[in-house]
Design a binder for this molecule. Sequence first.
Ligand code: DGY
Length: 321
Amino acid sequence: MSDKPRVYANRRLPEAVTERLQHGYTATINEADRGLSDDELLAAAAGQDALIVTPPDKMPAALIDRLPDSVKAIACFSVGTNHVDLEAAKRRGIAVFNTPGVLTDATAEIAMLLILGACRRAWEGQTMLRARRWDGWKPTQLIGLELTGRRLGIVGMGRIGQAVAKRAKAFGMKVHYHNRSQLPAEQEGAAVYHETLETLLPEADVLSLHCPATPETRSLLDEHAIAKLPRPSVVVNTSRGDVVDDGALISALQDGRVAAAGLDVFAGEPDIDAGYYELDNAYLLPHLGSATVETRNAMGFKCLDNLDALFAGATPPDRVV
Ligand code: DGY
């Protein structure tokens, strides 16, 4: 039997990542590429030294408590770690890693796609065309909101928020942001800092969410927050679905209090609130933020860099627990 550490990946991985995984480890991969029940995951984890897990696959305390003792690490194939109960992992002495830094550009690109798609009514245009309902150019057809001169309100000015700010400026947007602390002037550029969300909201013609999902940010965009947005306003989310109160956003999109939304992430993915499907002014994507060849490879390599370090007795660079 090989003396390489044993790693179980709970989803299929990009080809280049799989090759490296199989080269360095005794690897087992969930080739079915579907979510596993807790019992299936526990059976698959038996005898494994580490697991590679993805955001849709929840690892609550009750599951982590039952992991076999052989499991020394959980490598999250994501920058977000909200699907893993970190406290439970800590209690069990299981290291947890994530993939910071490598998703920045890909996610910022998707945020721009959502801003453009929502503001310029791309879904409605696409649907009209494909349904063969387009009867020609008209001065009043599918009039959207121009980005140039509009104010972009960014919630969470970490790497991704800053990358979106940079791109939005190139589109002529004025950037406002709320963050736990103000950025140093050289990082901030001409962006306007808001110490509180309350003062940011009225300035956000387009509100783009980039904060992590924590108990504090849960339903951060609720009915009260929505009421403070200017009219018209557009809401964009590439962070996590849990930061939005879906009922409140759907009702605001229905009655026009929010003109449009661009959403890549949803609470309860993939079983999203069905209300979104009924809305022409919701531009929806299935969590594609990091879905580029470059980024998915980089995420996988980060998982492996961390595992390599752990099994070599070195300090894993992205250890969160
Ligand atoms: C992450 O890494 O947290 C992303 O949401 C995956 O695209």
